[in-house]
Design a protein around this ligand. Structure first.
Ligand code: ADP
Length: 267
């Protein structure tokens, strides 16, 4: 727990101590928090400043690529590569901006009712266009529920997990998206039949830029920030992520939403 008094930020932690006793540890983390805020602001500012130059570069690349006299031979290869890398940088900057907005605690999560069925159909459409027919994608919705939260953030969390499932599953693989209720909790999961993840990597996957195989991540258009974004969205919704995987068989990413975030039909 953290408390703020007269500009001083204190972290309080209760730990078991001896037999039947507890120890209260209180720490002044004001300086640490200040540095954290500076780091966040710095990343947000840099990302924001890079947006405009990239838009200009992207615009001219498009114009040059459309010019048949310019877009031939060596130029053609150079323009294609530059366009691809510009897109990559734009995705990276967008993800960094999303992450810094999510990290800002002053920016409270909205508490609207979000229709899960509509949301899942929307993410399914995105998934189908990303897969372009290369995978078999199934959607099962076992309960008609609504969630309290931010539609935009939940869409990005679900969307990131599904796009990973697609990107780490070879062609003709199967991807199943599921929504159900278990013990009063809302459960979303996406199962793929992809490359899987070695157990030692699983605890670190939600760290920024942590990748099991960076070349594969880049090749398939990854920014290395997807699961960090998912983790922040889930923290803001008091939800929990569970990852299970078998190398060479596939992975399952499950999100558990607490009962208090659920608005069930007819309730
Ligand atoms: P990236 O943009 O690299 O995919 P993420 O944060 O979304 O970044 O994921 C982090 C890493 O976790 C990925 O680089 C990949 O190694 C691994 N990963 C994520 N989802 C899957 C999946 N469905 N199957 C196998 N590996 C995955």
């Amino acid at each position: 727990k953290q408390t703020r008094q007269h500009g001083i930020i204190v972290s309080l932690q209760l730990v078991p101590y001896g037999y039947n006793q507890k120890l209260l540890i209180s720490r002044d983390i004001t300086r640490f928090e200040k540095i954290e805020t500076m780091r966040r602001d710095f990343i947000a500012n840099v990302s924001h400043e890079l947006r405009t130059p990239l838009t200009v570069i992207g615009g001219f690349l498009e114009t040059l690529s459309a010019d048949e006299q310019v877009n031939t031979g060596f130029n053609k290869r150079a323009l294609a590569l530059m366009t691809e890398q510009t897109f990559r940088m734009q995705r990276l900057i967008e993800d960094l901006l999303i992450l810094s907005r999510l990290e800002n605690e002053q920016n409270k999560v909205s508490e609207k009712t979000v229709d899960v069925v509509n949301l899942l159909h929307a993410v399914l459409q995105d998934a189908e266009s990303l897969s372009a027919g290369r995978h078999q994608i199934k959607l099962n919705v076992a309960a008609q529920d609504q969630l309290l939260g931010s539609e935009e953030e939940l869409r990005s969390a679900f969307g990131n997990l599904i796009s990973n499932a697609i990107r780490y599953t070879p062609d003709r693989g199967e991807i199943t998206i599921n929504w159900e209720k278990r013990n009063g909790q809302g459960v979303f999961w996406v199962q793929d039949s992809g490359i899987g993840i070695e157990p030692e990597h699983i605890p670190r996957l939600t760290e920024r830029f942590y990748r099991v195989d960076s070349s594969r991540s880049r090749e398939t258009g990854g920014t290395g920030l997807g699961l960090a974004i998912v983790k922040h969205v889930l923290n803001r919704h008091e939800a929990r992520l569970e990852i299970t995987s078998q190398v060479g068989k596939g992975s399952r990413f499950t999100i558990w939403f607490p009962t208090k975030r659920l608005v069930s039909a007819g309730a």
